[in-house]
Ligand binder design. Structure first.
Ligand SMILES: Cc1cc2nc3c(=O)[nH]c(=O)nc-3n(C[C@H](O)[C@H](O)[C@H](O)COP(=O)(O)OP(=O)(O)OC[C@H]3O[C@@H](n4cnc5c(N)ncnc54)[C@H](O)[C@@H]3O)c2cc1C
Length: 480
């Protein structure tokens, strides 16, 4: 949708084909029994990216939704008697750090200052780095900044240079979960996520994350983009070096350019003939995927105490859980989990007196997923949740739906049922990600979370801008 806005704005006639019956992909919503659930994203981070996106078209997020900064940003639960609320604002964070490790507030300021450099360097310049040439990585600014980016050091080592208290280390390693790799395999460059978390803050669009999608659709339509839902793209029709169009629900439709925003692996392996694929199946099998998720959407017919809008349950050992996601993929023995309860902030997402609860367990991609396994984890997590928050939930469930690998495959053609695309390891960063262009099909471009810059709603939005810019450049070369 991001790419469609930039391309329509540049004068192209754009149609979006979506296999599902509504827009948003992984960021869709569904409604049931008076509850409105965001299906995927719940953390609105990097508000500047949304500002810049809408700003490009003379709009602002406020034209489409009301944003609220959450304070506390989130809660971490270690046991039924030990929890930590992470306050909004650096001054309050400094006070919290001092309590957990005397002297650490000075370190925090230095840590965040370095994170700010990385954030501004990486995020604001990403649009100029489509990942097509090593020259992008060799410009003077990049080279002069490379040591300050800590690309070749792991975030685990980096954080421990600043802090000793286990709770602080764990807190600072948490945003890495969004990046889909173990902290020891994630470059310290990504302390930019700590800057995003602690300085830029955790926000919420009133009405739900889906408001962002509605805003983008509304903007796209105002720019002339057409949307075709229930439109399954089954094939890219190619000749020797280009594509002439796509087969949608059995009918060939002709286009000058195709931007493929479905899962990259699906586009290549299912929609293109082998002769025109940029990457082989062997290449994909060697990629490190970010985790999939086992999700439960619950409608609860009472108010639930001791949950915030975002609550992370760190009562089990993350090291073991991470090994079972990344090193020896299997259903986890005792997973950490996350609960979002947006009705704490927003009464519109649940009937009066009720609570909208979303439980997410990160799990390895590619696992065999069946009802029995889902139920086993539901029982395990519900029991722990009830104990940790001291509340009965079981007898108050009005609505329940589960979602895991097989749903990601059925709904989005997700490779191995991934939720967040590729892991952001050093060898899968920037130019080492699957490319936005296909050298064998000159009018085909790729966008979305499996290409640059990576997973997450803000990066997906930037990805759309990057690919639109490249397409417009190529178009100018073709016509002149
Ligand atoms: C459970 C979960 C929680 C998340 N939490 C957060 C969060 O808190 N904050 C955050 O910023 N990000 C979060 N993310 C990540 C974020 O949602 C994604 O990175 C982003 O939405 C990906 O957008 P995309 O356009 O690349 O892919 P998608 O959203 O998957 O869009 C691709 C679209 O292509 C369609 N499609 C696929 N195949 C075809 C076909 N053959 N024909 C037609 N259409 C097709 C799909 O239906 C889909 O709509 C989360 C993701 C998940 C799954």
């Amino acid at each position: 949708m991001s790419a469609s806005c930039f391309l329509a704005d540049a004068g192209f006639d754009v149609t979006v084909f979506e296999k599902n019956d509504s827009p948003g992909g992984r960021a869709r919503k569904f409604e049931a029994k008076g509850f409105r659930f965001d299906m995927g994203p719940s953390w609105y981070w990097m508000p500047d990216v949304f500002e810049e996106f809408f700003g490009h078209f003379g709009k602002s997020p406020a034209d489409y939704y009301d944003l609220l900064r959450l304070d506390p940003s989130y809660r971490i639960v270690y046991s039924d008697t030990d929890r930590l609320d992470i306050p909004a604002g650096v001054d309050n964070l400094c006070k919290m750090f001092e309590i957990l490790e005397p002297g650490s507030s000075v370190q925090l300021l230095k840590f965040l200052e370095e994170g700010k450099f990385k954030y501004e360097f990486s995020i604001h310049d990403l649009i100029n780095r489509p990942g097509l040439s090593v020259r992008e990585l060799l410009d003077t600014e990049m080279l002069s900044g490379v040591f300050k980016l800590h690309v070749f050091e792991s975030i685990t080592t980096y954080i421990r240079k600043f802090f000793n208290a286990p709770k602080l280390v764990e807190l600072l390693e948490f945003p890495v979960l969004f990046l889909g790799a173990k902290p020891e395999n994630t470059p310290a460059l990504y302390s930019l996520m700590n800057y995003a978390d602690m300085v830029l803050g955790t926000w919420y669009p009133m009405g739900g994350m889906h408001r962002v999608i509605e805003g983008m659709v509304s903007l796209a339509k105002s720019l002339g983009v057409r949307f075709e839902f229930n439109s399954n793209v089954q094939k890219l029709e190619v000749n020797s070096t280009s594509t002439k169009g796509i087969v949608v629900n059995g009918v060939l439709q002709y286009f000058d350019y195709i931007v493929a925003s479905a899962d990259y692996h699906h586009v290549e392996q299912d929609l293109l003939p082998a002769s025109h694929r940029r990457y082989s199946e062997a290449y994909w099998q060697k990629r490190v995927m970010a985790p999939s998720s086992l999700i439960f959407y619950l409608g609860i017919n009472k108010k639930v105490d001791n949950l915030l809008h975002h609550t992370l349950f760190f009562d089990e050992d993350f090291k073991k859980h991470a090994e079972e996601i990344y090193d020896d993929p299997q259903w986890p023995s005792a997973p950490q989990f996350y609960v979002s309860c947006p009705s704490k902030t927003d009464p519109s997402v649940a009937p009066t007196g009720c609570e909208n609860v979303f439980i997410l367990i990160p799990v390895a991609p590619g696992l065999t997923d069946n009802e029995w396994t889902r139920e086993k984890y539901f029982e395990m997590v519900l029991k722990r949740l009830e104990h940790l928050i001291g509340q009965n939930i079981r007898d108050h469930i009005l609505f329940k739906r589960s979602y895991a690998h097989q749903d990601f495959i059925n709904d989005y053609n997700a490779f191995k049922g991934n939720a967040y695309g590729l892991a952001n390891t050093l060898l899968q960063t920037a130019n080492l990600k699957p490319s936005i262009i296909n050298k064998k099909v000159k009018n085909l471009f790729y966008t979305g979370q499996l290409t640059v810059p990576g997973p997450g709603v803000p990066p997906a939005i930037i990805s759309g801008q990057v690919v639109a810019k490249e397409l417009i450049k190529k178009h100018r070369e073709f016509v002149t």
